[in-house]
Ligand binder design. Structure first.
Ligand SMILES: Nc1ncnc2c1ncn2[C@@H]1O[C@H](COP(=O)(O)OP(=O)(O)OP(=O)(O)O)[C@@H](O)[C@H]1O
Ligand SMILES: [Mg+2]
Length: 208
């Protein structure tokens, strides 16, 4: 129903994505859910684009003798500097896109965000520990603790946790948020019922 692909991340891509999601939500009278749904898709899209860059970076420039955590430090610098343009160019040339697809089945919105590299063992462990942690969040300070302690984070290390919080705010069970390898790619998925109940749950949650 919706296919949206991106090599890089920009304000323009962000507003296009937001407009497309708003369109879908409005058709189901769920426009109130734009912020949480967009936040989820956006964080997963950023992870997918970043994973593409990271693979390109490690394939192309990484010195094999450098330990992973040091390579990761350089990568963090790379994506925060203007050299990110090189990574975008290579991604474009090699058709390494991140793809968001959205479909509706029986009033449930299913989102898949994929990128064409499977997660490494370490990334998988990373994802699993974030998913497990985010199931039991009680306070904001829990979130900052985990960010401080994460040695492998690529940003603040909070993206997956934010997605989990947004899903919780819409009453979506934690089991509906899945990040897995699928052959030669990584797929992050979640689903949200586009119903009056979800909107009501979210609006009440916000008031709490
Ligand atoms: N599509 C993906 N491919 C490979 N690894 C991934 C993917 N999505 C997430 N990860 C792994 O999960 C980790 C945690 O993701 P999360 O979004 O929570 O934090 P972050 O991206 O490191 O930082 P932030 O989102 O705050 O900028 C990432 O650092 C990365 O190792
Ligand atoms: Mg992230």
């Amino acid at each position: 129903m919706l296919k949206f692909s991106a090599y890089n991340y920009s304000d323009e891509i962000q507003s296009q994505l937001k407009a497309k999601l708003l369109d879908i939500l409005t058709k189901h009278s769920c426009q109130d859910l734009l912020i949480p749904v967009f936040t989820c898709v956006n964080e997963l899209l950023m992870n997918a684009i970043k994973a593409n860059y990271k693979n390109i970076y490690f394939e192309n420039y990484h010195d094999e003798t450098l330990p992973y955590d040091q390579g990761l430090k350089l990568f963090r610098f790379e994506i925060s500097s203007e050299r990110i343009d090189h990574l975008t160019d290579i991604a474009k040339k090699n058709h390494k896109t991140a793809v968001v697809s959205a479909r509706i089945e029986k009033s449930v919105l299913h989102i898949d965000v994929e990128n064409p590299y499977p997660m490494t063992k370490l990334e998988k462990e990373n994802v699993e520990s974030k998913l497990e942690f985010s199931e039991h969040i009680h306070s904001v300070s829990d979130i900052f603790d985990v960010s401080e302690r994460d040695p492998y984070k690529e940003g603040a290390g909070l993206g997956i946790i934010f997605v989990a919080i947004m899903l919780k705010s819409m009453g979506v069970p934690h089991s509906k948020f899945i990040i897995k390898n699928d052959g030669s790619k990584t797929v992050s998925s979640f689903s949200v019922p586009l119903t009056e109940e979800t909107v009501k749950f979210y609006n009440e949650y916000k008031e709490r």
